[in-house]
Ligand binder design. Sequence first.
Ligand SMILES: C[S@@+](CC[C@H](N)C(=O)[O-])C[C@H]1O[C@@H](n2cnc3c(N)ncnc32)[C@H](O)[C@@H]1O
Length: 302
Amino acid sequence: MDFNNYFYHHRPVLLKESIENLITDKNGIYVDATFGGGGHSNAILKKLNKRGTLIALDQDKESIKNNLIKDERFHLFHNNFIHIQDILNKNYIEKVSGILVDLGVSSLQIDNPKRGFSYRWNCILDMRMNQESWYSARNVLNECSKKELFHIFREYGEFKNAKNIAEKILKKRLKKQITTTLDLINLFFIKRSFKKKRFFSRLFQSIRIKVNNEINLFKYFLLESSKIILPKGRIAIISYHSIEDRITKYFFKKGVIENQINFEILPFKMIHKKVIKPTLQEIINNPRSRSAKLRIAEKTTQ
Ligand SMILES: C[S@@+](CC[C@H](N)C(=O)[O-])C[C@H]1O[C@@H](n2cnc3c(N)ncnc32)[C@H](O)[C@@H]1O
């Protein structure tokens, strides 16, 4: 198995910290809900004994096609993680010992100009993680109302000038549809290169979150995960955005999703009081890890 190839494409983030804390039973059944380039899956398999099992999922067909792991303990499915309970049921699995979720995009996605995730190339705006979905970045930019665009840029991009950004898009699309990354980039004039980079990465990220309905699906997944983890089993969540980290934190600490307390008894307890972040060395080796935050919790209830 040539994992150098994998690491060239996507370097797994917070690998040691997440895997060491996730695995409590080396003969257990684990889920990698976001397979990506397979770095975390590979590390989980290395830790498990012969009797252990790993179920992995990804909604991206290319991630499944690029899989290099050949191991009889490993089973990979092309699906959205919200369907995890169904996948387990179909495989006669009731509960698992642990789940890993590494949110966001993989380098395989963001570094491929054909996928339209990045402002670094002029290409068709796409940003679908699931190539079978009909809803792309072009739909967001040309069809969302002013109110929706404002919400996307305010909430997902944390832009103070969200109204201004939304207005620029509305004005442009009255004349011509926004279809390429350059159409979008040319709407904004930002002088300094570091500001430019920050602005466009947040802008593109906020559109991507909307295209893939990332926040709603993640909330649903958290509720599902509380039903399928064994008592004392664990869940490790790596997030790259403050909204996702806030959702994770409040869910673990208070059982809250959508401002609503969902449990009489808290299903999880946090393993570490503080969030785990990459070391300076990891950030130097892999700058894409810089915004990562890891939270790990243990299942307290049946
Ligand atoms: C950051 S990457 C994971 C990288 C992986 N841990 C590794 O080490 O290579 C995130 C992956 O999750 C997938 N993904 C995101 N949301 C998903 C969802 N709702 N269901 C299934 N896969 C999802 C993306 O397609 C992407 O491949």
